[in-house]
Design a protein around this ligand. Structure first.
Ligand SMILES: NC(=O)c1ccc[n+]([C@@H]2O[C@H](COP(=O)([O-])OP(=O)(O)OC[C@H]3O[C@@H](n4cnc5c(N)ncnc54)[C@H](OP(=O)(O)O)[C@@H]3O)[C@@H](O)[C@H]2O)c1
Length: 423
């Protein structure tokens, strides 16, 4: 098969012919139709992020494609099924604290590196070897009947509102337009059942499903927070790539209101345009106390959940300003990078935590069950994948794709590589 290969940190990817992966027990081989390119992928491949990645490697984390072969212990997947491949691979020999590798991107610790020896090759290739438990059908979630509604949501998106605005009547009406979103095509599965569901996914829209690995990150955080429909959630870093995805996911989960602080005026305006009255943007000044008051004042109700997605470059005080807006008995989930590359660590007042019964927890990535749940949110129409623009590149243009992702990617703009052209 053809694959992009990273031989040395800092060197360009080379397109080579490499041996096809061979499926074994507990494994699936997928024909990669679309593989997302992270905006910071080039930084990783230049070695700047110091991620643990054994070279040479086929990079690329996560994919959308069709099942090519399944191991003998697979009971439901069928050849040809459209699937999402989750790059978060967990070792199977420790149920409580499994070693983890992020396929084609990085690993955590020695155990993660050992796992990389077998499952490390990523998705910038025509075929991808994945553990069976990392493969999730896009059309066989039981929600395919609702994809008419998804098509509808796309149309709702056109009105400037989100799929989560609760304007169900409107979406139902617009569903009749036969919208062409990635999920809309899956609606055809109603006629033919599970297999048909897979066959009916529109290959041309496979790239849009590559939004899922981005959305899964904040979804993991919001699940960890136990976000309930109607609650008020503050997304710290809402103008960023994962932060803006968090806004979309929180609304899809039924958040009553999302408070979205940031400094980037253009992106704050963009969030207002996309999400309307269920979002309250806040212009940050950099003054911790003043920003905290502004965020609190912007919220129409006490803030139940704070999700932090600020990067290492942000000041600890920016994290704390947001964290301490949470209400008594509220929950804070930390997913960002503050303190990871030096600088001040997060300092929270002990009495404030104790007296207010605050829950603070960290979250890295998402649990396995988040994958099918998020697919169902998309298939049901609550999460509109057509909010994402897609720019696709052939595998031969992988280096151009990396540059494009760095310059233009993120914040509802997906860059994808299409190794296998379908449709
Ligand atoms: N836990 C996990 O599983 C997981 C998974 C993936 C990524 N992450 C982490 O998520 C973080 C965000 O990644 P990303 O790709 O979304 O980053 P990004 O696109 O660069 O977004 C950065 C965000 O941080 C804000 N920001 C930056 N500096 C700031 C400052 N000094 N004060 C206030 N706000 C500031 C930006 O707001 P303005 O532009 O408006 O200033 C923007 O909203 C990273 O740390 C990454 O490692 C975590």
């Amino acid at each position: 098969m053809r694959a992009a290969v990273l031989k040395e940190f800092g060197s360009p990817l080379t397109i080579e012919t490499v041996p096809d992966p061979v499926v074994g027990t507990g494994e699936v081989v997928v024909d990669v139709v679309a593989a997302g390119v992270l905006p910071y992928a080039a930084e990783v491949f230049r070695g700047e992020r110091r991620y643990l990645l054994t070279l040479p490697v086929i990079p690329g984390s996560g994919a959308v494609g069709r099942v090519r072969a399944v191991g003998p212990d697979s009971t439901r997947l069928r050849v040809g099924d459209w699937v999402l491949c989750d790059p978060t691979i967990r070792a199977r020999d420790d149920a409580l604290t499994p070693d983890i590798t992020l396929q084609g991107l990085s690993a955590r610790g020695e155990g993660g590196l050992r796992l990389q020896q077998h499952f490390g090759q990523g998705s910038f290739a025509e075929q991808l070897l994945v553990p069976t438990e990392n493969v999730f059908p896009l059309g066989a979630t039981g929600a395919t009947r609702a994809t008419g509604a998804t098509g509808a949501t796309g149309a709702t998106g056109a009105t400037g509102a989100t799929g989560a605005t609760g304007a169900t009547g409107a979406t139902g009406a617009t569903g009749a337009t036969g919208a062409t979103g990635a999920t809309g095509a899956t609606g055809a599965s109603d006629a033919t059942g599970t297999t048909g569901a897979s066959d009916a996914t529109d290959a041309a829209d496979a790239g849009r499903w590559c939004a899922l690995p981005v959305l899964l990150v904040p979804y993991g955080g919001l699940l960890a927070a136990g976000l309930q429909a109607g609650q008020t959630v503050l997304i710290s870093g809402a103008t960023g790539n994962f932060g803006s995805a968090a806004v979309a996911v929180a609304l899809a989960m039924g958040a009553g209101c999302v408070v979205a602080p940031g400094r980037n005026e253009k992106m704050l305006g963009e969030l207002e345009r996309r999400f309307g009255s269920r979002i309250r943007t806040v212009r940050l000044s950099g003054d911790e106390a003043a920003d905290r008051e502004r965020m609190r004042a912007a919220a129409p109700a006490p803030i139940d959940v704070v999700l932090d997605l600020l990067p290492p470059s942000a000041a600890m005080t920016a994290v704390r300003a947001a964290v301490m807006t949470v209400r008594e008995h509220g929950t804070v989930v930390l997913m960002g990078g503050v303190g990871m590359l030096g600088g001040d660590d997060l300092a929270l007042p002990y009495p404030w935590l104790m007296r207010n019964n605050i829950t603070v927890r960290g979250q890295w990535l998402c649990p396995r069950h988040a994958n099918p749940q998020l697919i169902r949110l998309a298939n049901s129409g609550q999460l509109d994948l057509r909010q994402f623009d897609v720019t696709a590149f052939d595998l031969a243009d992988a280096n151009t794709a990396l540059r494009h992702a760095a310059a233009e990617g993120g914040r509802f703009s997906l860059t994808v590589i299409r190794p296998v052209r379908e449709g």
